[in-house]
Design a protein around this ligand. Structure first.
Ligand SMILES: Nc1ncnc2c1ncn2[C@@H]1O[C@H](COP(=O)(O)OP(=O)(O)OP(=O)(O)O)[C@@H](O)[C@H]1O
Ligand SMILES: [Mg+2]
Length: 389
């Protein structure tokens, strides 16, 4: 365990004995008082004690000693036992020695000889208190550091477990979606075959049922394809290149509009959009999913307006896509960027709730963030950010 000690040094044996006597009578008996009559002896005692695991709370040294002076001894000891407090006993006010000890040994106090008994005891008690408080503080700090390290290890371990679980889940959803396709294709194929080759034998009602099966198969195909795309984007590592987002927005919008009829939509890009560093295929998917929502959810408006803005802030580009569509009440919206989360009925607005989840996955892979804000019957703003390299 080691013991707590105080070391007193004075070349006059009578004085160290007197010091020891006073200390023994006034401080805790658990603290051992060591004495030395020269600097060399003091160094030997300290080194020997440290080998045994003892600790020095305090060193009290006379200033004037033959050979090594008190202030030099204290500065030497400060390198060996930096935590112990040091007191210098000066025969007369030797400012230079005190100054030296303050600068080189972190001197705690100096006491003039002959000392007042009360003054000496009080100073020693203060030194012991200071040492103990510091030791307790150091212990607590070490405990906190240790706990922090343990916590970090735990977090790392859990993160590894979590990302492994996530990978397994992604692989699972990929396989399941992939494997679901072939039985679905068979159902669709046989239904088509019955409809075409056995027309005469079927009633109109039966034909209608078979057509309904085919249409359900198609919706399921769509859903599976979106799920596949989602799990593929989850696995994909972005391959960055420079992309003119102005062009990408324009082009994606035009492509989406080719399959849409009878709509009055004003599509506005405010200002020049920047060139960003991103994966072209994945970023196109992001813009496609956001714009397709804006087009879909403005369907019931006579005049739809979709605007795109971009601002530069905090080393990133922030894109905003606004529409004046159906919107929704934010109060009931939770985690729309999670898979299968929807705010609208299938009968009102079709969809599977995978689009925004894919957007989030892709943007986060690029080191950006996504958000959505909406007001029911007024419109929605979807925003995403991309870091500026
Ligand atoms: N521009 C928007 N206006 C109104 N609601 C929106 C808008 N964008 C998203 N939402 C709401 O968020 C939900 C999730 O959007 P998301 O794109 O993920 O799914 P979806 O469009 O329903 O289906 P999918 O994109 O998979 O075909 C939507 O169902 C809708 O309720
Ligand atoms: Mg969508």
């Amino acid at each position: 365990m080691g013991r707590d000690k105080i070391l007193c040094i004075d070349d006059e044996e009578m004085i160290v004995d007197a010091l020891k006597f006073e200390l023994v009578n006034h401080i805790s008996p658990e603290i051992l008082i060591e004495t030395a009559t020269s600097a060399e002896e003091a160094l030997l005692i300290v080194n020997e004690s440290l080998r045994r695991g003892d600790r020095f709370i305090l060193v009290i040294s006379d200033q004037r000693m033959p050979g090594m002076t008190g202030e030099v001894l204290l500065s030497r000891l400060d390198k060996i036992i930096p935590h112990s407090l040091k007191i210098l006993l000066t025969g007369y006010t030797n400012i230079e020695a005190v100054q030296y000890a303050i600068n080189n040994a972190g001197l705690f106090r100096y006491i003039q000889k002959p000392w007042e008994q009360e003054d000496l005891i009080l100073t020693v008690k203060q030194a012991i208190d200071k040492y103990n408080t510091k030791r307790a503080l150091d212990e607590k700090t070490n405990q906190i550091i240790k706990m922090n390290e343990e916590l970090e290890d735990k977090i790392e371990e859990r993160t590894i477990q979590l990302s492994e679980a996530l990978k397994e889940l992604e692989a699972f959803s990929f396989t399941v979606s992939h494997d679901l396709k072939s039985p679905l294709r068979s159902i669709d194929y046989y239904t088509k075959y019955i409809l075409e080759d056995h027309q005469e034998e079927l009633s109109e009602e039966a034909k209608e049922m078979l057509r309904s099966i085919r249409s359900t198969c198609e919706s399921m195909f769509n859903l599976i394809n979106k799920l596949l795309l989602y799990s593929m984007t989850a696995k994909a590592l972005p391959e960055l290149s420079s992309i003119d987002t102005n062009q990408l927005f324009e082009q994606t919008y035009s492509e989406l509009m080719t399959s849409i009829e009878n709509r009055d939509i004003e599509f506005v890009i405010n200002g020049e959009l920047p060139v960003v560093e991103a994966d072209p295929v994945l970023l196109k998917q992001v813009i496609n999913n956001i714009l397709s929502n804006s087009i879909k959810f403005t369907r019931k408006k006579d005049k739809a307006v979709i605007t795109v803005d971009c601002e530069e802030a905090d080393n990133e580009y922030r894109f905003y896509v606004r529409d004046n569509g159906a919107g929704f009440d934010m109060q009931y919206a939770s985690n729309l960027f999670g898979i299968f989360q929807r705010m609208h009925n299938q009968s009102e607005f079709e969809g599977s709730g995978i689009g925004l989840a894919t957007v989030k996955k892709i943007i986060e892979k690029h080191g950006g963030k996504v958000s959505i804000d909406s007001v029911e019957n007024e419109g929605t703003v979807v925003s995403f950010s991309l870091p500026i390299p």
